[in-house]
Design a protein around this ligand. Structure first.
Ligand code: NCD
Ligand code: ZN
Length: 344
């Protein structure tokens, strides 16, 4: 079977920094026309200069392939709202990312009390800048599997009520509660959905043996939540769109005593998403999810190029090259995927 669609965009991706950009960057342009680059680098992207330098480093690493990197700023405790006006002048500036302090990799400088950042949110409303949220609370009283649902109640709902014209993206939605919340508040809010949250539940991570390469944040949930995500995206609802949250970690950081969260999906995500829609007999809604819904929500034009998805087996390598004499384990390492991407 072959299927031609408008070229997709990846609305949430981590490319890291320095030497490894030579591995992470060329993979994106193979399939995606635009990619929203997350700002949780070792020193977070908190200024226009940092954003410009990061964008330049990304362009320098592109090699043969190319895509448009859409850049984001990291909302730190001392974020200066006055920089938003200059940021907005760049057509490639995409939005502001909110990490609750300590909630995930590179979130040490995230926010504690969301509503304290009124000046930032007011400015974002004025300039029509979207907020992308890692929606998890980090509290010893809240179970790791409940972090998203509690965050919706405690942080996100009050935020959208306080700023009814602030556009908010619930990044990597992972629960039935998240799906319901997006449906209830679209088009003020929308959500990105990863390939791994659609393809796996928590049994794949914590079985009779642990699978550290499937550890990500938000953590994989129980089967009912996975099914709610699948139903949401394959229904064709315009509030859900592709964001891989591809988050490469060196093998030494994945397989160690205190392993890091993050799954590398970039080159295989499109194949996995297609399989999900195929299994649900919902291929008619694939293009909306991969190539239209996100662009519409963000007020950008759909891409003009097209790609072809072909039902042809493809073996994922056991590992990929990585810097510092280390390697990177991709999602589904060593397994066979059912779909390949071809140009048209
Ligand atoms: C991301 C990372 O490694 O940067 N990790 C992850 O598990 N998704 C951060 C994030 O998006 O939570
Ligand atoms: Zn992420």
């Amino acid at each position: 079977m072959r299927l031609e669609i408008i070229q997709p965009d990846d609305w949430h991706v981590h490319v890291r920094e320095g030497e490894v950009l030579q591995y992470t960057i060329p993979e994106i342009g193979l399939h995606f026309a635009r990619a929203v680059i997350m700002p949780n680098t070792n020193s977070p992207i908190v200024s226009i200069d940092a954003m410009l330098a990061y964008r330049e480093a990304i362009h320098a690493a592109m090699g043969q392939t190319s895509f448009e990197p859409l850049m984001t700023l990291y909302l730190t405790a001392d974020f200066d709202p006055s920089i938003l006006k200059s940021a907005k002048e760049f057509p490639w500036f995409h939005g502001v990312k909110l990490y609750p302090k300590g909630a995930t990799t590179g979130a040490e400088q995230g926010v504690l009390n969301w509503l304290e950042h009124a000046e930032v949110f007011e400015q974002m409303v004025l300039l029509n800048i979207p907020l992308m949220v890692h929606a998890e609370v980090l509290s010893p009283d809240v179970d790791v599997f409940d972090r998203e649902a509690v965050c919706l109640e405690e942080n996100l709902q009050p935020l959208i009520e306080a700023y009814p014209t602030l556009r908010v993206v619930l990044e990597h939605v992972s629960t039935q509660e998240g799906v319901n919340w997006v449906k209830a508040h679209y088009p003020q809010v929308a959500a990105t959905v990863t390939a791994h949250h659609l393809c796996f539940d928590r049994n794949a991570l914590l079985n009779t043996r642990i699978h550290p390469d499937l550890f990500c944040l938000p953590v994989l949930k129980r089967r009912e939540h996975q099914q709610a995500l699948i139903a949401a995206v394959t229904s064709g609802h315009p509030g859900f769109f592709l964001g891989t949250d591809s988050a490469p970690q060196a093998a030494r950081d994945t397989y160690c005593a205190s392993g890091c969260a993050g799954i590398y999906t970039q080159p295989y995500a499109l194949s996995l998403y297609t399989q999900v829609f195929f299994e649900q007999q919902a291929l008619a809604h694939l293009e909306g999810f991969t190539s239209l819904n996100g662009a519409r929500f963000y007020g950008r034009s759909p891409n003009t190029q097209r790609v072809c998805l072909v039902q042809k087996p493809m073996k994922v390598p056991e590992f990929l090259p990585w810097a510092l004499e280390d390697r990177l384990t991709p999602i589904c390492a060593g397994q066979q995927l059912a779909w390949q991407v071809e140009g048209v």
